[in-house]
Design a protein around this ligand. Structure first.
Ligand code: 8YV
Length: 316
């Protein structure tokens, strides 16, 4: 028998070196993404694995959870829990943690950044200068952001922070969520389509999962209209992507700023042909500062679990 007392932890995808090194010291890590035969790899370590370190988009599904009889804890490097089968975990008493709060500010920043990038056409303007086109003619005019109506779909931690960020832009803010927030001065809409019809820029900050699946559909995009922009920093699953591509190609909306997609990272190639989109590689939380805080929280949660202490950020 091995004398190594470090608990066995399955990792679903790479973490930065500054996280990996302390994790290697504390745990016997099994890196599933490095395995040539994933199923054989999982089977070979199934009897040892007590923890999973995953990422928001990689999660842990019921099939995987079912294959790990000794699993006690799943620690998500990300706030989204939609890729983890929470019901399967709960049924076995497996604890789940995520990294809320530490990434809120960065995700809100990118929502504002994508809004400016798409309306003011910042990437297109950069390409215009680099190509030398400016020497022949001035670039076409763009769309103003300040003073516009911003509609936020999903008014939790991230949505309310997006509202706070935009408050410096002299905009009007409206939001849609399951209920109005008594602590918010902003206008509440009971329906996402009504919000889309009212606003100029629709910012989606919903949590992923079945209740928000394809919530931004053809009807919502139709209500947004040909002058309207949509920005998605939530999950690809909240968007009916077929409807979105049709709206963009048919110019029935003005444009989209997108950090998230169906089928990441091999996204629908139709996006590449559009000059009315600004695309990000699911990177809203991708600053050094936030990723360090997320990694620390993953490690602190795992350490708390294996020390028998209360978890820092359990998923309820
Ligand atoms: C990360 C995320 O990009 O928080 C989430 O749910 O999806 C993102 O913050 C991701 O978890 C890092 O891989």
């Amino acid at each position: 028998m091995s004398s190594d007392a470090r608990p066995h932890v399955l990792m679903m995808g790479p973490y930065p070196a500054w996280d990996l090194e302390p994790l290697e010291r504390a745990y016997q890590l099994h890196k599933v993404w490095e395995a040539t035969d994933r199923e054989a790899f999982i089977q070979a370590h199934a009897q040892d694995i007590r923890g999973i370190a995953t990422r928001g988009e990689l999660g842990a599904n019921a099939d995987l959870i079912g294959k790990l009889p000794k699993l006690e804890v799943i620690s998500i490097y990300g706030v989204g829990t939609d890729a983890v089968d929470l019901a399967a975990a709960k049924a076995r008493g497996i604890r789940v943690t995520n990294t809320p709060d530490v990434l809120t500010g960065d995700v809100a920043d990118i929502a504002v950044g994508l809004t400016l990038a798409i309306a003011r056409r910042i990437p297109a303007a950069d390409a215009y200068v680099r190509s030398g086109a400016w020497a022949s003619a001035n670039m076409g005019l763009v769309t103003r952001v300040y003073g516009k109506k911003i509609g936020i779909v999903g008014f939790g931690r991230i949505g309310t922070t997006v509202a706070k960020r935009f408050s410096g832009f002299d905009v009007e803010i409206g939001y849609f969520d399951v209920a109005a927030r008594a602590d918010s001065p902003h206008r509440f809409f009971q329906d996402a389509t009504e919000l889309a019809a009212w606003c100029d820029i629709l910012v989606v900050t919903l949590a992923g999962g079945p209740s928000t699946h394809k919530m931004i559909n053809a009807e919502v995009l139709g209500a947004l209209g040909p002058e309207g922009y949509v920005v998605n920093v939530s999950r690809g699953s909240t968007m009916d992507e077929t409807a979105l591509l049709e709206a963009l190609e048919g110019r029935t909306i003005a444009g989209a700023g997108l950090d998230v997609f169906w089928n990441e990272p091999r996204i629908d190639p139709r996006f590449m042909g559009l000059d009315t989109v600004v695309l990000q590689p699911h990177h809203a939380s991708g600053t050094v500062e936030t990723r360090k805080a997320m990694g620390q929280l993953v490690r602190d949660n795992l350490a708390a679990h294996f020390a028998g202490k209360p978890l820092l950020t359990p998923v309820v």
